[in-house]
Ligand binder design. Structure first.
Ligand code: XIL
Length: 317
């Protein structure tokens, strides 16, 4: 079933997939990846992050990201830039640099300006900031927040908008699915940014979820509507729904329901503009390396066969 084509026929902008460079070298995996009817959007899993793009100060390396962009453009996929400012996967020159406020502001502006300019006309929307709040809605400790304070967000969004006035500008985070303080923190942030004249166009909900521990359909819809009420779009940006291994038929059946629930929630909200899975097959999922004993989070198994979850998506679109 052509997920992207179905999503578009139902009014969405895309159904997409995260991709990393090594996956393009896997000819078997690439068959489904190349399918423009299945995936109409791609997010680089790692190659646009700070450590990959500015490994030493003011030296920018784009060859891996450029190769992903060329491939995506050739296979009918719009591109999400991921990510300009994040506390993880930073180069050590930055984390260990001991930079003062003014220097870090200029480093931040230089990085954002360079990336957004380089990918101008290619990236449709940038994750400008990623994971800036804790679960209770407080600011996450990071070199940016600790040195600059809240205004690092304004600085990053302003630099991105100046470098490409046409690009979409998102804040992206996980655990926005359950409602509560973290959702409120983003609603309040969007309102503050807008009141300061800072352009933000989208909230990205990563949606790294757990089989059998899903938020309800109505909670998901009301979170999306809370973001939309501030005047931004919403996207599901890194969807996967993991389980405790080993895989059982019961867990696969529950996973099908859980995928179906979140896809239906996005479909119910006109300004939920698209959905992206964080790789398509369990073979390339990040989950087992980070969540010990968990995995099987994606709609295709490690043999690249569609799982019940895939049909949960199809039925939800
Ligand atoms: C992950 C990648 O998938 C892994 O390959 C890498 O080792 C770590 O980062 N939230 C994000 C993504 O915003 O950038 C993360 O991607 C997964 C969690």
């Amino acid at each position: 079933s052509p997920l992207h084509d179905i999503a578009v026929s139902k009014g969405k902008q895309y159904f997409g997939v995260a991709v990393d460079s090594n996956e393009l070298a896997n000819a078997t995996y690439k068959v489904l990846l190349d399918d423009r009817h299945l995936w109409g959007q791609m997010t680089p899993g790692n190659k646009m992050k700070w450590d990959a793009t500015e490994p030493s100060r003011n030296t920018f390396t784009y060859s891996d990201a450029d190769a992903l962009v060329v491939w995506a453009q050739g296979s009918g996929k719009e591109i999400r830039g991921h990510t300009l400012v994040w506390h993880n996967q930073l180069p050590s020159w930055l984390t260990n640099g001991g930079f003062n406020n003014a220097t870090l502001v200029s480093i931040l502006q230089n990085h954002v300006t360079n990336l957004v300019t380089h990918f101008s006309g290619k990236v449709k929307t940038w994750d400008v900031v990623n994971e800036i709040f804790e679960e209770d809605g407080s600011w996450r400790s990071s070199v940016f927040y600790n040195t600059i304070g809240e205004y690092f967000v304004d600085i990053a969004f302003r630099a991105a908008a100046a470098a490409d006035p046409n690009v979409g500008l998102a804040a992206n985070d996980y655990n926005l699915d359950y409602g509560g303080s973290k959702v409120t923190a983003y609603v309040n942030l969007v309102n503050r940014l807008k009141s300061r004249g800072v352009k933000i166009t989208q909230i990205g909900s990563q949606s790294h979820l757990i089989v059998g521990s899903m938020p309800s359909y109505s909670t998901l819809v009301s979170n999306y509507n809370a973001f939309v009420a501030t005047g931004v779009d919403v996207a599901i940006t890194e969807l996967d729904i993991r389980m405790t291994l080993p895989v059982t038929d019961a867990l696969l059946a529950q996973q099908r329901k859980d995928y179906n629930t979140i896809i239906r929630a996005c479909m119910a909200v006109p300004r939920c503009i698209g959905m992206t899975v964080w790789a398509y097959s369990d073979y390339y999922s990040w989950i087992p390396s980070v969540f010990s004993g968990e995995g099987a989070a994606l709609p295709f198994d490690d043999q690249l066969k569609p799982k019940p979850a895939f049909y949960g998506i199809v039925d939800g679109l």
